[in-house]
Each structure stands twice: as structure tokens, then as C-alpha cells.
Design a protein around this ligand. Structure first.
Ligand SMILES: [Zn+2]
Length: 397
């Protein structure tokens, strides 16, 4: 399931727990992009429908980006042509920049970070990624994503990749404690115009802990320590299950992939979101994200038989002809400065998926709905591993 950050906006305000952006960091991108490419990425991927126009002015030779209230805008000079554009500064490498493959180790040289969504374990109920049907073992997304990440890591390592996990157990990565987030929670409630009684303050402190501080910590780990070529965010999806103690099982089941984009005018009005968006846009994460998501979607839709999920709101947009791939603005893809593919397969409260989750992780095949199937965790991990292998083993194309 997807983490949403909902808040009202005012120009110059930062989202909760966001550090003040250092706009001078974007100077490294001077003359690295043409005016035409900059506008195309804003309009087609990151800020569709003119969402950028309140805060970014595009002139002939430069873009003027609003920074802090009262501070001068940041000026980004365009390259005159793609041929004369300066090289793009970034810690990650595209497929074509990787070293050549090694015999029997087709993923040698590739650095991959796997981000098992949510925390799970003790935290699963608090993070609202928990439901239980009768006496059956509870379904906890954060524990399921970790099982997939462990299977996937061993497959990728056998293929020669260097693999990192943003967490290795059901414990938070952030050192922040809920009790330290009271002031931030009060400010956040004021910004959202929500009455801040004691219960609301506690709930908001918890939300800032598992949904914001936790993801910010993982992003710091990825961007400053791991510095991978790609991040794969692993999730399971769900339809509304109602009361988590009496969940509703449904017939729908589906799959989709998210890449970063589709910021709304309101989201871009936050100084930190505007800054994060420009880092992703300028380092050209989009090209890798969409190419890899395309390949993994083909490898995953066939064995799972899952149809594409379609957004009916403006929160996500299509970026190409692939019905499985959508651009959407989430903290957990925007903050990772390298390319990120965020995967949302299986509806956990679908009848058949629920049965498969109850069967746990097992060797070999078992029958569900008349079809012999691997454990849901291994089917997921195998499909993603095959997609990554198919994409990165064609480095010279
Ligand atoms: Zn999730």
C-alpha cells in the first residue's frame, strides 16, 4: 500500500521534518539540460497541467525557481544543445554506464538497494498495515515485503549484483522516537487546519514517526551511504478492508508500478518538494525508471496473471503506452535521488491472495483456485529478479 502525505500548503512552507533545502547544490546542474528537455520533463512527467507555473519561470536561457520567501530565485542556466550540454552530476550509473558484464555473473557491478515497504512486526497495527480474519494469522504488509526482499536479495546476489536492504528486520531505521515528535505534530496539525486535541496530537506524532521520519532516514541511508544505481521499493497493495478486525475480502486483484512524477501545484508550493523534484528531474532518473519499470512489468504480469491497476484520480499520470506504469509523487520515491521503481502487486484482501498469504512461504508448488503456484513471496521475488536481469544484462544496447 502507498504512503500518502496530505497537508495544506503555503508558499515557502516545508513539509513536516523536511530539512531546509540548500539551493546552491543545484549549481552542479548548470548547463546540463536544454530548455526544451527541461520543459518536456516538467510538462509530461513531474508537473503536468502547468503545476509548475506558480513557482518556476522559464525564460529563453534560464529557469528562475522560487526558493525561500524573501530570498532571490535560483537561476538555472540551460544548455544550448544536447551536444554541448555539460555532464550530469550524480552518484548512480545508468545501464549504459555500468562496467561490462562478467561471465556467469550478468549483474556484476550493479548496486541495488531494496526497500521493503513499511516496518511490520510490532509496528504493523500502528502503521495501519495489519488486518486479521477470525483466528487466522494476521496479515502484516511490512513483514511480507521483508520476506520478498530477502528472497530477491539472494537471487540478485547469485547473479553478481551488490545488494543492500534499507532494513533487515521489523524494526524502524529511524532513531527518532514518537515522544520526540510532539512539536512537529502540533505544527503539522496547524498546517492542515486540524483541531489539535491530545488524541489527534498522538496520532499525528505516530504518523510522522512511521510514515515520514522512517522514510527520511531510509533516504539518507540510500543517498549518503549506499549510493546505489537503483532502488526497488517492494509493497503489496490492498483494497479498502474496513474494520481491520473484521476485514472485507474482495474479488479485485491487480498490479502497477510507480515512478516519480505528477506533483500537484500544492505539492510544488512546498519548498522542499520543489527542490526534491528538481533533483530528480535534473539528474534524469526518469529515463532509467521508466525503462526498468517497463521490463519488470512484462516479466511480472505474465506469471502473476495480474491485470493493470488504473488510477481514477489525478494523483497519478500515465507516462507511456504501458498501462502498468504510472508516475506519482510519494515521499518514498521522491526522496531517493537515484532511479526508483516502486512495485505494487497483489491485493492482500483479495480472496485468493489471502489464501496464498495464509499458506506462508513454501518450496515447490501448491494449488490455489485450480492453478499450481509458487509461494506468493517467491513468485514476486522471481519475477522482479528476472526483470532486473533482463534489463541490466543488455548493457551495450
Ligand atoms: Zn505498502
Amino acid at each position: 500500500m502507498i504512503l500518502l502525505l496530505i497537508a495544506s500548503s503555503a508558499f515557502g512552507v516545508l513539509t513536516p521534518l523536511a530539512p531546509q533545502p540548500d539551493w546552491s547544490r543545484l549549481n552542479a546542474f548548470q548547463e546540463t539540460i536544454t530548455r526544451r528537455d527541461f520543459l518536456a520533463l516538467l510538462d509530461k512527467v513531474y508537473a503536468p497541467g502547468g503545476a509548475w507555473k506558480e513557482t518556476i519561470t522559464v525564460e529563453d536561457t534560464a529557469a528562475h525557481v522560487m526558493t525561500q520567501p524573501g530570498a532571490p530565485p535560483f537561476l538555472l542556466s540551460f544548455a544550448i544543445s544536447r551536444e554541448t550540454a555539460k555532464s550530469i552530476p550524480r552518484y548512480w550509473r545508468s545501464r549504459l554506464q555500468l562496467p561490462p558484464e562478467e561471465p556467469n555473473r550478468p549483474l556484476a557491478g550493479l548496486r541495488i538497494a531494496l526497500d521493503p515497504g513499511h516496518i511490520g512486526g510490532y509496528w504493523a497495527k500502528m502503521e495501519e498495515r495489519w488486518f486479521q480474519l477470525g483466528d487466522a494469522p494476521p496479515v502484516t504488509e511490512g513483514d511480507m515485503t521483508l520476506t520478498v526482499a530477502q528472497h530477491l536479495a539472494s537471487r540478485l546476489e547469485k547473479l553478481g549484483a551488490e545488494v543492500f536492504l534499507t532494513r533487515s528486520g521489523s524494526a524502524p531505521a529511524t532513531p527518532l522516537l514518537i515522544g520526540q515528535l510532539g512539536t512537529a505534530a502540533t505544527e503539522s496539525l496547524v498546517n492542515q487546519a486540524i483541531p489539535g486535541d491530545q488524541a489527534a496530537g498522538k496520532k499525528e506524532s505516530e504518523r510522522l514517526f512511521y510514515r515520514v521520519a522512517e522514510i527520511r532516514r531510509r533516504a539518507t541511508l540510500v543517498n549518503q551511504v549506499l549510493r546505489p544505481d537503483i532502488v526497488i521499493c517492494l509493497h503489496f497493495n490492498a483494497e479498502g478492508w474496513g474494520d481491520p478486525g473484521k476485514p472485507e475480502l474482495v474479488e479485485q486483484n491487480h498490479l502497477h508500478f510507480l515512478i516519480t512524477g505528477a506533483l500537484s501545484p500544492q505539492e510544488i508550493s512546498y519548498e522542499d518538494q520543489r527542490f526534491d523534484m528538481l533533483v530528480k528531474l535534473l539528474n534524469r532518473s526518469f529515463l532509467e525508471e521508466v525503462a526498468l519499470a517497463n521490463v519488470i512489468s512484462r516479466r511480472m504480469s505474465a506469471p502473476t496473471g495480474l491485470p493493470p491497476f488504473a488510477y481514477r484520480t489525478g494523483a497519478a499520470i500515465r507516462v507511456n503506452a504501458n498501462p502498468y506504469v504510472w508516475a506519482r509523487n510519494l515521499l518514498a520515491n521522491r526522496l531517493f535521488a537515484c532511479p526508483v521503481v516502486y512495485i505494487e502487486p497483489y491485493v492482500m484482501n483479495n480472496r485468493l491472495v489471502f489464501e496464498r498469504i495464509q499458506a506462508g512461504d513454501y518450496d515447490g508448488l501448491r494449488e490455489f483456485g485450480g492453478v499450481m503456484r509458487q509461494s506468493i513471496y517467491r513468485e514476486y521475488a522471481d519475477a522482479v529478479a528476472e526483470g532486473i536481469l533482463a534489463y541490466y544484462s543488455r548493457r551495450s544496447l
